[in-house]
Design a binder for this molecule. Structure first.
Ligand SMILES: [Zn+2]
Length: 352
């Protein structure tokens, strides 16, 4: 990012910040699990489901069966739960190595021809041995654009790197509603965010969902380097990720994405990210200048046994404009009714 570009973004940021942001969680930062045997209830007849797969890196490293169990279950459930899309939140692999990408390709490949799926690279998918020294990745060798660009859901890729799936967008209709999913790299660069703004503006009539690997942090707040620095672990600006130092700090964290992208459009409804360890769960709701609520959630199960015990998140979109969130493990056949795992979100309509 040039200094000029950065200044322009900062100026936009200060304007956007006037809109303010309200987080009013009626739940504690860390909520206990409340486990219950069995699957979540089936969606209402006029509802549909978007499924979420957070960090699968430990499955690719050591527990491939757990990854296969997730995608196999989603395929089996696609009709009865009317699953319309699957979102992978990055850190697909642990070390960005061919053997781990092969596991990912095989497990995600179960969805091919069955369910549309969209994905982003995490920090562990970048650089030699997944150390995020730079943005080099084997992702495009195993999930090439040529495999996806003929699909009806495919929208496009970052205009400066059109052959890469590291930044992409997707379009689909479900329940009579039109959706846009923007899928951005770990700590997106300023020019990637410029492109994402153009995509969001072009599809202003669609309910927009942002997926990127690092955005919301523990304690129901966004990553905010300016405010918290290294006090928030694993910020994309952190010295933990040489990529930032090596590219002139051209990365954006959650707060920068809120200011420079999400809050600037009246069609985002949701953001989702993984990445964060410990309890790996958080959520907050912020208000746009137009008075619309945008729900932002962190979900990451990788700290559970066996790489995550196949836990995944199901988001049931109802005809009443709500999202019913359920977390479920197909290998444990267990649901979690904790306040960070089972909750309802009221969506704002685009443009309101
Ligand atoms: Zn990560």
């Amino acid at each position: 990012m040039t200094q000029t570009t950065r200044r322009r973004f900062l100026r936009i940021s200060s304007l956007a910040s006037l809109a303010g942001s309200s987080a009013s969680p009626a739940f504690a930062a860390k909520e206990p699990s409340i486990l219950q045997a069995g699957e979540p209830p089936l969606p209402a007849e006029d509802s549909f489901t978007i499924a979420v797969l957070p960090d699968t890196q430990t499955y690719c490293q050591r527990f491939p069966d757990g990854f296969h169990a997730q995608t196999q279950w989603l395929v089996e459930q696609k009709k009865r739960r009317r699953i319309e899309a699957v979102l992978h939140l990055g850190d697909i692999t642990e070390h960005n190595t061919p053997s781990q990408w092969e596991v990912a390709r095989a497990a995600m490949g179960r969805l091919d021809g069955e369910l549309p799926y969209f994905f982003v690279p995490g920090n562990h998918d970048c650089g030699q041995n997944g150390k995020a020294a730079d943005r080099s990745t084997l992702l495009n060798d195993y999930f090439p654009k040529s495999k996806y660009d003929k699909l009806p859901t495919f929208g496009g890729t970052y205009d400066k790197e059109p052959d890469s799936m590291c930044n992409s967008y997707h379009l689909f209709t479900a329940g009579g509603r039109k959706f846009l999913v923007i899928a951005l790299e770990f700590g997106p660069r300023a020019d990637v965010v410029r492109w994402a703004n153009e995509v969001a503006a072009k599809h202003a009539n669609r309910e927009a969902i942002l997926i990127t690997h690092a955005y919301t942090y523990l304690g129901n707040v966004r990553y905010d380097w300016q405010k918290f620095g290294e006090k928030q672990s694993w910020n994309p600006h952190s010295k933990s990720y040489p990529m930032a130092k090596n590219n002139g700090d051209d990365v954006m964290d959650g707060e920068e994405l809120w200011q420079n992208l999400v809050s600037r459009h009246e069609n985002f409804i949701l953001t989702l990210n993984g990445h964060v360890l410990r309890e790996g769960l958080a959520r907050l709701t912020s208000t746009t200048p137009g008075g619309r609520d945008v729900h932002q959630m962190l979900v990451n199960f990788q700290m559970k046994p066996n790489g995550g015990d196949s836990w995944l998140r199901l988001m049931e979109f109802t005809a009443q404009g709500t999202v019913e969130v359920h977390d479920y493990s197909p290998t444990q056949d267990c649901s979690n009714l904790g306040a960070q795992n089972r909750f309802t979100l009221k969506l704002s309509r685009p443009g309101n």
